[in-house]
Design a protein around this ligand. Structure first.
Ligand SMILES: NC(=O)c1ccc[n+]([C@@H]2O[C@H](COP(=O)([O-])OP(=O)(O)OC[C@H]3O[C@@H](n4cnc5c(N)ncnc54)[C@H](OP(=O)(O)O)[C@@H]3O)[C@@H](O)[C@H]2O)c1
Length: 316
């Protein structure tokens, strides 16, 4: 099969045997694969695949099962690697049906962000109807999904983004308040729009110096959920703020979690989110599509941060 390999921190087209299936896996003919920031970290040698996972990049796919249980079914799947390829072996429990009326390219943008957002906003962050969430990076793949899901489940949404254009896009997706963090201080703005009440949950992909500032905008009983650390993995924080406001600091990484954990998230998504997909309320925002052979250009585009939503690779 044709696939993308990482050579010297660049993505190149290569030929490999079609993957052999392990117990519980199915073979998917990939029609489209999503590009995620963790793929860029992997290409740069900063995010190695977990033990047993394919070293071919790609964490999410949409396609058709061609071998194993459910042969012939159109699916999307969360994978621990191997998505940038013609064929991908996937634990059957990490497959979900292609949402009704959705094409493969759009659907390929679902798994990584929906699994991540669901488990971090709700399982870890305990976000409830009527609460307010601050989402950093609102125009990212993760951010655009988080806005839609949080709104669909009755939360109020404040986001940060790096340009006015991105802020407008986030508003269209349902964010009630958008803050261009390059021109406004998000702490001041968040406290202003919440009349000093603050927010219940912060979904943070920035880390570093953002952490102490995030704590300032959390109300008593607030939850801080870390999913990335673009400003660094070390933060200095005021322990008394955590104590006095009874804050909870949590976070997670999706890729190394067990098949059982991922299957549980898949089931929760299928029950709560699938009925809403494709009905105009929820669905990936596809910014740009590249052919698989141009995976390197797709990475460079994502790195430029010019996008709003998802970048997708169209398979052969
Ligand atoms: N923990 C997990 O399980 C998990 C899973 C998937 C992804 N992630 C992480 O989640 C993040 C988003 O992933 P993605 O694939 O959606 O990537 P992406 O679309 O490339 O998003 C990265 C975003 O970060 C924003 N950003 C950078 N500095 C910022 C700042 N100071 N304040 C606010 N926003 C800022 C950029 O937008 P601006 O132009 O607005 O700055 C960009 O939209 C990545 O860091 C990724 O590693 C974590």
């Amino acid at each position: 099969m044709k696939c993308i390999e990482i050579r010297g921190q660049r993505l190149v087209m290569a030929e490999r045997p079609v993957p052999k299936l392990k117990a519980g896996e199915v073979l998917v003919k990939v029609h489209a694969a999503g590009v995620n920031r963790p793929d860029i970290l992997q290409r740069k040698g900063l995010y190695p695949p977990p033990p047993g996972a394919s070293d071919i990049p790609g964490l999410e796919i949409a396609g058709e099962i061609v071998k194993g249980a459910g042969k012939g079914k159109k699916v999307i799947a969360l994978v621990a690697g191997g998505g940038y390829a013609e064929y991908c072996a996937v634990p059957a429990k990490q497959c979900l049906p292609l949402p009704k009326g959705m094409d493969f390219i759009t659907a390929a943008g679902i798994p990584e962000t929906y699994f991540t957002v669901w488990t971090n906003l709700f399982d870890r962050g305990g976000l409830k109807k009527g609460e307010t969430v601050l989402i950093h990076g609102g125009a990212s793949g993760i951010g655009t999904t988080a806005i839609q899901i949080a709104r669909a489940f009755g939360a109020k949404v404040i986001v940060t983004a790096g340009t006015d254009k991105k802020c407008r896009a986030c508003k269209k997706l349902g964010a009630q308040t958008t803050i261009n963090y390059r021109t406004k201080d998000f702490v001041v703005e968040t406290l202003r729009v919440t009349k000093n009440a603050g927010v219940d949950v912060v979904l943070d992909m920035v880390g570093g110096d953002y952490l102490p500032r995030n704590l300032m905008v959390l109300k008593a009983g607030g939850r801080h959920v870390s999913i990335a650390m673009q400003h660094g993995r070390v933060a200095e924080l005021d322990i008394f703020q955590v104590m006095s406001k009874r804050l909870i600091l949590t976070g997670s990484t999706l890729r190394p979690r067990s098949v059982a954990d991922k299957a549980a998230i898949a089931q929760a998504l299928h029950k709560a989110v699938w009925p809403l997909l494709g009905k105009g309320r929820l669905g990936p925002v596809v910014d740009r599509v590249f052919p698989l052979a141009e995976a390197q250009a797709a990475h460079e585009y994502l790195e430029s941060a010019a996008h709003v939503g998802k970048v997708i690779l169209q398979a052969i």
